[in-house]
Design a binder for this molecule. Structure first.
Ligand code: 5GP
Length: 118
């Protein structure tokens, strides 16, 4: 029996097997619009590697890649929402994580005051 894991949804988007509204791509990162936006601007900024399930694993193993995710988020916020944004990494199912391939939610536009949104 094969033990090979299925590619994650985000790996399949990066491979163009599943369509998405891609707004940024370089060698290590891809970003696209969330299919169910929770804010006027809701982008997902995703390292292409599926090696890390969450931001804690990414920070421990490849802090430079995490810093690049943040830099790409800032660049996208500059382009889409006046440079102001909220960056969310759901970590664990109880925190709302449904896809265990690390990704940042970039939320922008006018966000609800006094809440953490979503
Ligand atoms: P999580 O809940 O794991 O933090 O975030 C997963 C995000 O992926 C959710 O906000 C969900 O709306 C988004 N999502 C799920 N399936 C798709 C899809 O097929 N395409 C896109 N663009 N986003 C998706």
């Amino acid at each position: 029996m094969s033990t090979t894991a299925e590619p994650s949804l985000f790996s399949r988007i990066a491979a163009r097997e599943i369509p998405a509204d891609i707004v940024f791509e370089n060698e290590r990162i891809i970003a696209f619009r969330d299919i169910a936006p929770k804010a006027p601007v809701h982008l997902l900024v995703v390292p292409k590697t599926a090696e890390f399930a969450n931001v804690t694993e990414l920070a421990a193993a490849d802090p430079a890649l995490l810093a690049e995710v943040v830099a790409v988020a800032q660049q996208l916020a500059d382009e889409h929402c006046d440079g102001q944004y909220r960056l969310v990494f759901n970590t664990g199912a109880q925190a709302g994580q449904t896809i265990f391939h690390v990704h940042a939610h970039l939320l922008g536009g006018t966000l609800t005051e006094g809440t953490l949104g979503q």
